[in-house]
Design a protein around this ligand. Structure first.
Ligand code: TRH
Length: 374
């Protein structure tokens, strides 16, 4: 398993993030900041809405300082400061566009390496575009170069975020103890199948809940805070089902977890429904069966993105069918979550986990890339 840390010197990083919606932009940026800090780097995270960090990272992280997106006044003050220096590396996450006055500061000092960190996809353009230069043609940073850095699932991309100690922590994880400390409305029974639910508003959600309530074995659905809880409330109402479930199904709401505890949830469950970007990656590292609710786009570009992911990781047909129904790509009924299906999905996820662990993680690759460009 490749878990090497890059033996690069300690660098100073400025990472910029704008929260568009949901939690993925900040979630990915925070994981990157914490991973860099854990490897000895110093990070300033500039973010326009840091509120979710209160639950995502309640204890912060040594080596990472969080700053409001710089206003014009702040930038003016920085320009006149005798102590402020732009970092060795500036990361513009997800095309968030650096303020022009900050670009001017970048030109003034020893030019930093400027990285444009992109969204994760398994589509072909990722390997083609990863590492390409984007010359800056206008504005105060005219003449500088931005570098495209694309996360991905294959060795010819920027890889996936994976902290050097992740596998070790996972191995040491005590599932029984962790589950017994969960603040649930009803204690878990030993024979309950555990499903975590982190999604948007899938049209197949009522079908899933109905199916689970009529299944042969008891299931506990652990519902993540926010949109998933709201979606489950709407679905149970539509089904005239009590909000805590019925029959073989019991529904429990979860509190907002820190990212570390969210990982534990994924390690503890028999099946994880995840969404967006960061939770998908964390579910892959969990090595448990997963179902991905992909971030829906108006132009339906997410259909190709989902199919590329399925193909890149050679997803079994039964799981592809489930994804098609869960993501509303097909009107077909939601396939049954049988024991046999879950077992075969489990074999697949373990295999995928091992294969991805053999690739170099994103932060190690980014450090290597930055070392080449400095
Ligand atoms: O919140 P998301 O749907 O984010 C999405 C995607 O990133 C999408 O690509 C992007 O375009 C859109 O945002 C703007 O799903 P994601 O990416 O899984 O991010 C959720 C984050 O929240 C992840 O870092 C895990 C974290 N989390 C916790 O830390 N604790 C929790 O209790 C929960 C539910 C989530």
């Amino acid at each position: 398993m490749k878990t090497e840390t890059h033996s690069s010197p300690s660098l100073r990083w400025d990472i910029f993030c704008r929260v568009i919606d949901n939690h993925g932009d900040l979630g990915v940026c925070w994981r990157l900041c914490a991973d860099l800090a854990q490897r000895g780097h110093t990070v300033r995270l500039w973010v326009d809405d840091a509120s979710a960090l209160a639950w995502m990272a309640p204890h912060g992280c040594a080596g990472v300082s969080v700053h409001a997106w710089p206003s014009d006044e702040t930038l003016q003050a920085l320009a006149h400061s005798t102590v402020f220096a732009v970092g060795d590396v500036v990361v513009e996450a997800f095309g968030c566009e650096l303020p022009e006055a900050f670009q001017a500061l970048m030109v003034r000092g020893t030019s930093p390496v400027w990285i444009n960190l992109e969204y994760l996809s398994a589509e072909g353009y990722v390997a083609r575009s990863h590492g390409l230069a984007s010359p800056v043609m206008s504005g105060p940073a005219r003449g500088m170069t931005k570098w495209f850095f694309f996360p991905g699932f294959t060795p010819n991309t920027g890889g996936l975020l994976r902290e050097p100690d992740l596998a070790e922590r996972h191995t040491a994880f005590d599932r029984t103890t962790w589950l017994s400390a969960l603040p649930l409305d009803k204690p878990l029974a030993a024979n309950e199948r555990l499903i975590s639910l982190f999604c948007y508003e899938p049209t197949a959600l009522p079908e899933l809940l109905k199916q689970l309530s009529q299944a042969d074995e008891p299931t506990r659905v652990l519902v993540a805070q926010g949109r998933p809880c709201a979606a489950v409330a709407v679905a149970t109402q539509a089904l005239h089902m009590p909000s805590s479930g019925t029959g073989q199904l019991h529904i429990s709401q979860l509190p907002y977890f820190s990212q570390t505890e969210f990982d534990h949830l994924l390690w503890a469950c028999d099946l994880n429904f995840v969404r967006g970007e960061d939770s998908l990656v964390r579910a892959l590292w969990a090595g448990q069966p997963l179902v991905w609710h992909i971030y829906p786009q108006d132009d339906l570009a997410h259909h190709d993105k989902l199919h590329a992911f399925e193909a890149a990781l050679d997803m079994p047909l039964t799981l592809r069918r489930f994804h098609a129904a869960w993501n509303g790509l097909e009107a077909a009924p939601l396939p049954t979550l049988s024991r046999a299906a879950l077992e075969s999905w489990c074999c697949w996820s373990r295999q995928v986990q091992r294969g991805l662990q053999d690739q170099t993680d994103l932060t190690t690759q980014l450090l290597g890339f930055v070392a080449q460009k400095r």
